[in-house]
Design a protein around this ligand. Structure first.
Ligand SMILES: [Zn+2]
Length: 410
C-alpha cells in the first residue's frame, strides 16, 4: 500500500478545539512554519488530504471507525506508555463539512473522538480505559483509514448504543495483540483453475491453462505446507474436473481463512502479457468483465454471479477489505519478485464478478499469473523455474498478508 505507518509521540494532541470550516473547500495551508513539514515520513503537499466522511459501525464487542479520504494519507500513531489515550493522527489533513458534522451528530460513539486538532491535522483519540485492543490500517479504492476497536469485556454498548461507564478495574496500558484464533492454525485453500474436461485457455502451441494452474498450485502447496501454523487444502491436486460450486463449498465447509484461485489469462491480441490479481467486485472495464465471464463459463451478458447483492448477501465488509489487502500483497510480491528475472507487465489489482470469489465466505483472490495467448509467456509457462517463481511470489504475498495480522476472519 502507498501508506506509511510509524509510531512517535505527537505533541500538541489535546482536547478538541472545535475547528469548523465554512465550506467543503480545504483551508489554505501555509507551507511556512507548518509543523507537519518536519514530521518524519510525511510529504509536503499544497493540498491537504480531505476526510470526506466519518462512519462507525458498532457491535457489542467492537467498534469500527472509518475515515473516508480523498487520497492516500500518512498515519501517525501515538502509543506512549503513560499517555491516557492512543491518538491516531492524519497530518496535513482536514475534515470536510460532512465529516465535521459526523463528529458532532453522534455518529462517533463516545468516548472516541475524531477532531481537527490543528488547522493541518485530524486525529482520532481512543481513551485507554475504553478499549481492550485496537488496530488501524489504510485501505485503497476508495482510500480510507479503518480503526477497529475491541471493547473491554465488561463494557460493551448499552441498548441505547452509548458506551456504559468504564469499569473500575485495571486496564492494560498497552494495546493487546489480537487474540489468536482458537483453532490455532490458518487454513488456506488453493484453487487451481479448470481441470479434466475443462482445459481453460489454450496457447498458440496448445498449452492448456489447466496444466499450468495445477503445477503452480502444487508448488504453492509445497511452500505453504512448510510454514508453521498453516494448513493447506486444494480444490484439486490432479487433472480432474471440479465444478465452481464444489470449489466454493469445499472452501466454506473446511472453514478456510484464505482462498487463492490460480488462472492463466488470455487475450485476442497476442502482444498483451503480464499479471493481474482480482478480488470480488463490479468489473470496472469491459476487459475485466470478459475475463470473469470466461473463467465463470458464462455468457458475457450474464456472469451468473449477481454482484448487485454484494452488500446484502454473503459478503461482509471485512471480507471485502481483507480480500483487497490480500490482493495488494500478492500483487506487490509478484511484481517485485518476478521483475528481477522477467519483464513483467503489471496490470494491477482489479475487481470482477468471479464465481469462486463471490461464493467463498473468506477473503479470496484470483491470480491471473500470465497470458497464455502471448507467445513469450506461453514459452515461460512451460519452464519449471518460472512456475516455481510464480508460486514463490504468491507464497510471499500470502505470508506478507498473514504478517499484517488482518486475517483473523474466523
Ligand atoms: Zn482460467
Amino acid at each position: 500500500m502507498a501508506a506509511t505507518l510509524f509510531c512517535l509521540d505527537f505533541p500538541g494532541v489535546g482536547p478538541p478545539e472545535g475547528w469548523a470550516w465554512a465550506s467543503d473547500k480545504p483551508p489554505v495551508l501555509s507551507m511556512h512554519g507548518s509543523k507537519q513539514n518536519h514530521v518524519r515520513g510525511t510529504t509536503a503537499s499544497l493540498a491537504p488530504v480531505t476526510v470526506r466522511n466519518v462512519r462507525a459501525t458498532t457491535s457489542p464487542e467492537k467498534i469500527r471507525l472509518v475515515l473516508d479520504l480523498d487520497r492516500h494519507a500518512t498515519v501517525i500513531e501515538q502509543r506512549a506508555v503513560n499517555a491516557s489515550q492512543v491518538v491516531i493522527a492524519l497530518p496535513d489533513a482536514w475534515l470536510s463539512q460532512t465529516a465535521q458534522g459526523r463528529t458532532l451528530d453522534g455518529t462517533i460513539p463516545s468516548p472516541f473522538m475524531v477532531t481537527q486538532i490543528t488547522p493541518h491535522a485530524v486525529a482520532v483519540s481512543l481513551p485507554r480505559t475504553s478499549f481492550q485492543s485496537y488496530r488501524q490500517f489504510l485501505l485503497s479504492d476508495p482510500p480510507r483509514l479503518v480503526i477497529d476497536v475491541t471493547l473491554p469485556i465488561e463494557q460493551g454498548l448499552s441498548s441505547a448504543g452509548v458506551l456504559q461507564e468504564a469499569p473500575k478495574r485495571v486496564v492494560p496500558m498497552a494495546p493487546q495483540p489480537i487474540t489468536p484464533r482458537t483453532k490455532g492454525y490458518t487454513t488456506i485453500v488453493i484453487d487451481p483453475g479448470h481441470g479434466g474436461k475443462d482445459p481453460g485457455a489454450r496457447g498458440l502451441h496448445k498449452t492448456e491453462e489447466k496444466d499450468i494452474t495445477l503445477r503452480v498450485g502444487l508448488q504453492l502447496r509445497k511452500l505453504l505446507s512448510k510454514h508453521p501454523g498453516i494448513r493447506v487444502l486444494m480444490t484439486r491436486d490432479r487433472d480432474v474436473f471440479v465444478e465452481l460450486e464444489e470449489r466454493t463449498k469445499f472452501a466454506n465447509s473446511n472453514e478456510a481463512d484464505l482462498f487463492v484461485s490460480i488462472h492463466v489469462n488470455s487475450h485476442p491480441s497476442r502482444t498483451v502479457k503480464g499479471i493481474e490479481i482480482y478480488h470480488f467486485g463490479e468489473a470496472k472495464d469491459q476487459r475485466a468483465l470478459e475475463v470473469a465471464a470466461r473463467e465463470n463459463g458464462t455468457p458475457l451478458s450474464n456472469t451468473g454471479v449477481g454482484w448487485e447483492y454484494l452488500v446484502a448477501d454473503l459478503l461482509t465488509s471485512k471480507k471485502i477489505e481483507e480480500s483487497l489487502e490480500l490482493a495488494w500483497n500478492a500483487k506487490a510480491a509478484m511484481v517485485s519478485q518476478m521483475n528481477s528475472h522477467y519483464e513483467i507487465d503489471d496490470h494491477g489489482v482489479k475487481t470482477a464478478p468471479f464465481y469462486v470469489l463471490r461464493f467463498t465466505s473468506m477473503p479470496s483472490i484470483l491470480a491471473e499469473i500470465a497470458y497464455i495467448s502471448n507467445p513469450s509467456e506461453e514459452e515461460l509457462l512451460h519452464k519449471p523455474v518460472f512456475v516455481q517463481d510464480v508460486a514463490q511470489s504468491l507464497y510471499q504475498g500470502i505470508v506478507a498478508f498473514l504478517a499484517t495480522g488482518k486475517s483473523e476472519i474466523r
